[in-house]
Design a protein around this ligand. Structure first.
Ligand code: KIV
Length: 273
C-alpha cells in the first residue's frame, strides 16, 4: 500500500508511531520499503555515512541528486523524500530550482534545515506546491558536525516551540526534531497538526527516524540516541574474512560455481593449438 502524506497524518491522528529511516542507495531503500518502514529519507547524512566526508556541509546538490535517484528506484510503498543540501536554498529561486531537481528524481517532498529563519523559504516553496519537511533542533548544516542538544533551557525551548509553530503556519507538512529534550518534543508534537518525527528527541513524538547505518550497525561509532538492531560491521567482517580464506585455500570457487566447455570441443581446441 502506497504511503502518502495522508497515511502519515492518519497515523498521527490515531496515535500510531510513524517509522522512518534514511537510505542512500537502491538495495537499502528496497529492504526498508519491504520491511514496512513508513518513510525513507535520503538525508545529507549520506556525506558522513556513505561518502567519507567529514561534515554534512561537504554534500553537494549533485551528490543528493545521484543518491535520491538511486534510492527512489528501490521504493514502492514508503513515503520518500530528500534533503536540501548545504547552501542549496539560500534564495527562494535557488530553493525552488533545487527542490524541483530533487522532486524530478522521485522525492515527494524536500527537507530543509533551519528554525524560524527558514519560514520565508518554506512559505515560498509551499506556495509553489513544493511540499517541505522542516527540521529544527540540532541542524548539522548550521551548527556544524558536532551534535548538541537544543532546548534544554527555557529560553531555547521556547524558541524551538515558536519556530515549530511558525514553520507549520508557513506551510511545512512534516517536522523533524533532532536532539531535543523529550518534554519539549512532547509539547511541540501536541501543539502541531502536522506529523512530528524525532531523532534523539525521546518518546513523545509522532514517530522516529534513525540513520540506516546506526540501525544496522554499519558504522564504527555508536550514539546515545540510536540502537543498532544488528551488528552488520562484525557480520560483514566475518563474511569477507571467510571469503578471503576460501579463495586463498582453494575452496572457492567450487565445482558448482564453474562453467565447462563440452569435452569434444576441448579436444578440438587443444588439437588446434
Ligand atoms: O541527514 C539526515 O540523516 C537527517 C536525519 C538525521 C533526520 O537529517
Amino acid at each position: 500500500m502506497k504511503k502518502d502524506l495522508a497515511y502519515l497524518e492518519k497515523k498521527k491522528k490515531n496515535g500510531r508511531p510513524i517509522t522512518m529511516v534514511t537510505a542512500y542507495d537502491c538495495p537499502t531503500a528496497r529492504i526498508a520499503d519491504e520491511a514496512g518502514v513508513d518513510a525513507v529519507l535520503v538525508g545529507d547524512s549520506v556525506g558522513t555515512n556513505m561518502l567519507g566526508y567529514a561534515s554534512e556541509r561537504e554534500v553537494t546538490m549533485e551528490d543528493m541528486l545521484h543518491h535520491t535517484a538511486a534510492a527512489a528506484r528501490g521504493i514502492q510503498n514508503a513515503y520518500f523524500f530528500a534533503d536540501m543540501p548545504y547552501r542549496s536554498a539560500e534564495t527562494p529561486l535557488d530553493a525552488e530550482k533545487n527542490a524541483q531537481r530533487l522532486l524530478g528524481k522521485g522525492a515527494l517532498c524536500v527537507k530543509l534545515e533551519g528554525w524560524r529563519e527558514e519560514c520565508g523559504i518554506v512559505a515560498y516553496l509551499s506556495k509553489k506546491s513544493i511540499p517541505v519537511c522542516a527540521h529544527i533542533g540540532y541542524n548539522p548544516q548550521i551548527h556544524g558536525a558536532k551534535p548538541k542538544v537544543f532546548g534544554a533551557n527555557a529560553r531555547e525551548a521556547r524558541e524551538l516551540i515558536e519556530s515549530a509553530g511558525l514553520l507549520e503556519k508557513a506551510g511545512a507538512i512534516l517536522l523533524i526534531l533532532e536532539k531535543v529534550p523529550e518534554e519539549v518534543a512532547g509539547i511541540i508534537t501536541k501543539a502541531l497538526r502536522i506529523p512530528v518525527i524525532g531523532i534523539g528527541s525521546g518518546r513523545l513524538c509522532d514517530g522516529q527516524v534513525l540513520v540506516i547505518n546506526d540501525v544496522l550497525g554499519i558504522g564504527e561509532r555508536s550514539f546515545r540516541h540510536a540502537r543498532a538492531f544488528m551488528d552488520y560491521r562484525t557480520k560483514a567482517l566475518d563474511a569477507l574474512r571467510a571469503y578471503t580464506a576460501a579463495v586463498e585455500n582453494g575452496s572457492f570457487p567450487a565445482e558448482e560455481h564453474v562453467h565447462h566447455i563440452a569435452p569434444q570441443d576441448l579436444v578440438k581446441l587443444e588439437s588446434s593449438r
